[in-house]
Design a protein around this ligand. Structure first.
Ligand code: GAP
Length: 494
């Protein structure tokens, strides 16, 4: 069985990820998180918040509505431009992404081509329905936003937001006034986004409902230097340049400063976030070689952008974007100012009004979870079971408590310890099955430490702590247990 199939199986069996509404046959492109998956996701988000927001003094987090009025998306161009090309089989009526179909069967790069051009390629190359071999219809465009009718009369059109970013732009003025923030400053948001993807696929990779963590970092375009970059400019990253992509070459290692000097990263502010992204994913267990930053080709880059650099991770099926970095310039604020007739300018020190520029790192949380599961999964023949080597700060459960035997005295002592630990850690208590089986179950959900209460505990108030990664055990006094666990887990160590 492929590694990823094993992971998906364990994820279902052990309560990480379930298909949405499975008892009714599910709904493709949507998943539910179970008790363990919920905790994993929560801890990844908590860590993201620590690393990207709480460590900064000028990034403000908000939570905006998921439903937004039509005007927002007229202004942002999503109504007109947030589209994918589709084609339908005349025989079996299945619908496909036309660009993916062409790319899969011809290896041509067709990003940004018009429906007419895509139709011409389909005809010239005689591309047929991959399901039944039938003839395909002409290519049309399909808007990816979920539309809804708001109110009892249903006469107000709304949309589920396709990115959390728009909730930030429409609140720019409110945040600016309420915080009296000074440029440069960021507004962040973590939450659900919705896209009616034509062919959801690859488990948590292409979803119709997913979680984004985004920062819109507002800057004065005249101030090109970002002091804080000094702390990160020597971070090494692997860059896939435009030239390398054209010549099918590999990525090259360089520092973020070098990538800036070569003009691959368009701004010091973006370089700062890129360096932090590299450190963030490495500290979550994604190896250096599996992370690269791809300079997007001109034909993929929006006309208003001063440069986009995607952070990609090597998955079992190939490289895929997990974080989008975009220099969105003043495009969004200008458009919202125009459509809402609201002044969205910022007054700089000399009294001039400017429209700030925006640098945006945009993270996909489900893709992050996929990458973490993939790279934390240890297929362990020696141990006899497979397990997850989660970094302790994101391990769903930190500590397991096991009575060695099913004896009243041992169980009572274990419950007493378990209760005291629950105040400090996410902990579980498990008394069923052999101790070996319980270690296996706890490894399988990546619990870093397991405590066993045995005969000796009843005599001298000591317990054993078993380390998930080495399986080594140490004995500690119960009164020192919490401190020792904190030491071993290093949860505060961001
Ligand atoms: N505000 C910019 C923006 O939304 P994007 O590249 O479309 O940019 C950012 O999305 C990130 O959101 C992606 O890098 C990816 O991790 C995640 N994402 C986008 N579409 C997704 C989908 N259909 N399913 C899961 N994650 C998705």
């Amino acid at each position: 069985m492929e590694k990823i199939e094993k992971i998906i199986q364990i994820a279902k069996k052990r309560g990480f990820v379930f298909p949405n509404s499975e008892i009714y046959g599910g709904l493709s492109g949507t998943y539910d998180f179970g008790p363990i998956g919920f905790l994993l996701k929560k801890k990844i988000i908590d860590f993201w918040r620590e690393f990207f927001i709480k460590s900064e003094d000028n990034i403000f987090e908000i939570e905006s509505s998921l439903i937004m009025p039509e005007k927002v998306f007229e202004a942002s161009s999503h109504l007109k431009g947030f589209i994918d090309p589709i084609t339908k089989c005349k025989k079996c009526k299945n619908v496909f992404r036309a660009d993916h179909l062409i790319e899969d069967s011809t290896k041509m790069f067709v990003e940004g081509m018009s429906p007419e051009e895509l139709t011409r390629i389909i005809r010239e190359r005689n591309i047929r329905c991959p399901k039944c071999g039938g003839e395909l219809e002409d290519v049309k465009v399909f808007n990816l936003m979920f539309q809804m009718n708001v109110g009892a009369l249903g006469d107000t059109k709304g949309y589920l937001r396709p990115e959390t970013a728009q909730g930030i732009f429409v609140n720019f003025k409110n945040v600016l006034v309420s915080t009296r923030a000074k440029l440069p400053f960021g507004i962040a948001q973590i939450g659900k986004s919705f896209r009616n993807e034509i062919s959801p696929r690859q488990w948590l990779i292409r979803l119709r409902e997913f979680t984004q963590a985004e920062i819109e970092f507002f800057i004065n375009p005249e101030e090109k230097t970002f002091e804080k970059l000094k702390d990160y400019e020597n971070v090494k990253i692997r860059i896939l340049s435009r030239e390398a992509q054209k010549e099918s070459k590999k990525e090259e290692e360089m520092t973020v400063r070098e990538a800036l000097e070569k003009g691959i990263i368009p701004s010091e502010y973006m370089a700062y976030f890129i360096a932090k992204e590299q450190l963030f994913y490495e500290s979550l267990g994604v190896p250096k070689e599996a992370i690269r930053f791809r300079h997007m080709l001109p034909e993929e880059t929006p006309h208003y952008s001063k440069g986009n650099v995607d952070m990609e991770i090597l998955f079992d099926f190939g490289w895929k974007e997990v974080v989008g970095n975009a220099y969105r310039s003043d495009y969004d604020l200008k458009k919202h100012a125009e459509y809402s007739k609201t002044d969205l300018s910022y007054v700089v020190d000399d009294g001039r009004k400017i429209i700030p520029h925006v640098v945006e790192p945009s993270f996909g949380i489900e893709r992050t979870i996929y990458a973490i599961l993939l790279y934390s999964f240890i297929e362990d023949k020696e141990r006899g079971w497979d397990w997850f080597k989660f970094a302790p700060k994101i391990a769903p459960i930190s500590v397991a408590v096991f009575p060695l035997l099913n004896k009243e005295e041992m169980i009572n002592k274990s419950l007493e310890i378990y209760k005291s630990l629950r105040k400090e850690f996410d902990a579980i208590f498990d008394k069923s099955g052999s101790i070996g089986k319980r270690y296996a179950r706890s490894d399988e959900i990546g619990i870093p430490l397991a405590i066993t209460i045995d005969h000796q505990t009843l005599e001298d108030n000591t317990v054993t702590i078993r380390d998930r990664d080495t399986t080594k055990q140490e004995r500690v006094k119960i009164e020192k247990l919490i401190d020792r666990l904190k030491d071993l887990l290093k949860l505060e160590n961001y």
